[in-house]
Each structure stands twice: as structure tokens, then as C-alpha cells.
Ligand binder design. Structure first.
Ligand SMILES: O=C(CO)COP(=O)(O)O
Length: 288
């Protein structure tokens, strides 16, 4: 039974798949995407790094086990949680391990009102923990512009180190600084995503406004695949499914959802449903 595509392959996807000059980081990036759908379904369980044991996340190990059992393509987590849960990632069927290597203090996470970002691990250290890719933020709009300049430089330096290792770098490019009034301004979202790609991100994690046209602007103006973030739990699976579908209609290549994936009574079931939706299981022509 050969592979069949859930939808027609775009020229860009075909180019990416057939690219004979693919770099090692691109090769490893490709492993985060399913060939049949061309998409990636990642679950982010890194919020507790920033916010502590929030609702439905008290049992760190239990939630990690439920997430990995549900079969997403990758799980984003802190260096500590990967270290403590390495066994969950140690088989062929396991999701890829994506490690957050920064501590972004902006928006809800500011400590004493001060915005900053610190690195938690180098790409080499993350790789030594078993990371298949790393994530860090690029934040637009710090109250202190020098913090923004430092963040830009840190992303660029990290991108160069990741290239040397062949390790994919996912940049979470967001408009979350105090100086930016509009977190959901589509032009600003597209701008910071483009800058992340120009600095060397292999994939961009970005905020979706909910409007297909905004997603189109974001996806078309970003030269690397864009995955959307989830934000606060909607508590409404039909609304979440619509949000996700609209992002795909606008050109998103995947999701990295946190609370919308695991902040629920049965995270394993919820994530299984999300995985099925992202990959179009049940769609005509899926799976061969
Ligand atoms: O907090 C996150 C940072 O990766 C992602 O999780 P949420 O989707 O819950 O916002």
C-alpha cells in the first residue's frame, strides 16, 4: 500500500521534499512532518516552565505520559522534563522531543514587571539531552529596545550554532512586548515571523488571529513553514477545530498547541482527536 496524499501537494512542498541540497537541519525538520498530510502536530508542554503547576498540569510525569501516548509528531518541553521523561521518547513510535532553550519573560510571565529573555541551554546541551529540535522566542516590542536587539542577536547566534550541529531551530516569533499594543495585529505578526526566518529559523511558531486572510499573509510572506500556537484553552472542541481548519486553509503547516491540547480531563483522547484532525484522518484519500 503506497503513500497517498490527503490533498494535492503544493509546488513548495514538492520542492522541499525533493530538494537534493537539503541541509542536515532540514532533513531532521522533515522528520517532524508526516508525509501523507505534509503537516506536523506538536504538543507544547512547556508552559509549566514559565507558570509552574497550572490547572491539569500538576502531575508533570503523568501528563507527559498521556501526551506521548496520544501520538503527536513532537512534544515541546523544558530541559528538565525531557531529562525526567527520557524513557517516554526512547522508542521508534515515540514523538520527537523538542526542547525550549530560553526563558522568555514577557506578557503574563514578566517577573516584577521586567521584560527579558535568558537562555537555559545551548543547542549542544539540548542535543546532548536528546533533543530533535530546539525552540526559542523572538519577541517584538520589549519596553526596552536594547532587550529586543539582544533577543535578535541571540536568535541569530543560536541559528548559526544549530546549523553547525544540523539541529532544527524553531523560533516562536511573537508580538508580546509591552511596547506593542496589538498582539493580534496581522502585519506585526507577519513582520516578526519574517525576521525570524531571515535570522535563520527552520520553522516559525506564530500566533494565528483566527482570520484566514491573516494566515495567508503570514504563511506567504514567511519563507519557512509556519506552525500556529494555541494560547489559553478554549474549552470548546468545535471552536478549536474551526480555528485549526482556518489556519490550514490560510497555509499553516502545523500546530504547536499547549493548553488547548492537555488542559482537559482526558488529555490523551483530546490529543488523539487533534492529531486526527491535523492529519486529515477520515478525509477522502487519506492513508492509502
Ligand atoms: O505556553 C506555550 C509556549 O510554548 C504554549 O502553550 P499554550 O498553547 O498553552 O500557550
Amino acid at each position: 500500500m503506497g503513500w497517498r496524499w490527503a490533498r494535492p501537494e503544493s509546488a513548495r512542498e514538492r520542492r522541499e521534499r525533493m530538494n537534493p541540497t537539503m541541509s542536515p537541519a532540514q532533513l531532521r525538520c522533515g522528520r517532524l512532518f508526516r508525509r501523507d498530510s505534509g503537516r506536523s502536530c506538536m504538543v507544547a508542554f512547556d508552559r509549566t516552565l514559565l507558570a509552574g503547576p497550572v490547572d491539569h498540569a500538576r502531575d508533570a510525569l503523568g501528563v507527559c505520559a498521556a501526551i506521548t501516548a496520544a501520538g503527536p509528531d513532537a512534544v515541546l518541553l523544558s530541559p528538565g522534563l525531557l531529562k525526567q521523561n527520557a524513557a517516554l521518547f526512547a522508542c521508534r513510535e515515540a514523538p520527537a522531543a523538542v526542547v525550549r532553550i530560553d526563558y522568555p519573560c514577557v506578557g503574563d510571565f514578566t517577573l516584577a514587571g521586567e521584560e527579558h529573555q535568558r537562555l537555559l541551554a545551548t543547542p549542544e546541551e539540548a542535543q546532548a539531552l536528546g533533543a530533535d529540535a530546539v525552540v526559542m522566542c523572538l519577541i517584538s516590542g520589549y519596553a526596552d529596545p536594547s532587550r529586543e536587539a539582544d533577543n535578535l542577536a541571540r536568535v541569530a547566534q543560536t541559528a548559526r550554532r544549530c546549523e553547525a550541529l544540523g539541529l532544527p531551530l524553531i523560533v516562536e516569533a511573537v508580538v508580546w512586548g509591552e511596547r506593542e499594543g496589538g498582539r493580534l495585529d496581522p502585519e506585526r505578526i507577519a513582520r516578526v515571523a519574517r525576521i525570524a526566518a531571515e535570522l535563520g529559523a527552520d520553522l516559525v511558531k506564530a500566533q494565528f488571529t483566527g482570520e484566514v486572510a491573516d494566515m495567508r499573509l503570514l504563511a506567504e510572506s514567511c519563507p519557512v513553514p509556519v506552525l500556529i500556537l494555541g494560547g489559553a484553552a478554549m474549552g470548546d472542541d468545535a471552536a478549536l477545530a474551526r480555528f485549526t481548519d482556518q489556519a490550514f486553509e490560510g497555509g499553516a503547516r502545523g500546530v504547536i498547541f499547549g493548553r488547548n491540547a492537555w488542559q482537559r480531563d482526558d488529555p490523551e483522547r483530546g490529543i488523539r482527536e487533534l492529531v486526527a484532525q491535523v492529519h486529515g484522518v477520515g478525509c477522502e484519500g487519506h492513508g492509502g
